[in-house]
Design a binder for this molecule. Structure first.
Ligand SMILES: [Zn+2]
Ligand SMILES: [Zn+2]
Length: 129
């Protein structure tokens, strides 16, 4: 069982089942919506993700996706791809123990910032895997 939440603590979640699609994303939308140079994500089945406290505010960040964030502190918690209704992406760094879900590869390296030098040996994908 994975547990996590936002910085201020008003939003808490639990994710059970398998954590897959464990990626670090370098796309410009992740970057701008978080203010960070890259964002780590994992996916779980939608049915395996439960908000146990608070509610997320939803932001339509592109034609196909919505991001959920804490309305108070702004921590981005989820990404919902409208084409994949059965799964939800969760920010790895919102976990209480991010080390429990290490990333497996990098995506959207075609838009990676030059200042980010990758040396972790993980596979690189220019766009989506
Ligand atoms: Zn919060
Ligand atoms: Zn991204």
């Amino acid at each position: 069982m994975l547990e996590g939440g936002c910085h201020c603590g008003r939003v808490r979640y639990r994710a059970s089942g398998r954590a897959y699609n464990r990626s670090i994303c370098h796309c410009s939308i992740c970057r701008r919506t978080t203010g960070a140079p890259m964002v780590a994500w994992f996916s779980v089945a939608k049915a395996d993700f439960v908000l146990v406290r608070g509610t997320l505010t939803s932001y339509q960040s592109s034609a196909i996706g919505r991001r959920g964030f804490c309305p108070i502190c702004g921590t981005q918690v989820t990404f919902q791809d409208d084409r994949l209704a059965g799964e939800i992406d969760v920010t790895t760094a919102s976990l209480d123990d991010p080390e429990a879900v290490p990333p497996e590869y990098h995506i959207f390296t075609s838009t990676k910032l030059d200042c980010v030098k990758l040396s972790d040996g993980l596979p690189l994908y220019e766009e989506q895997r």
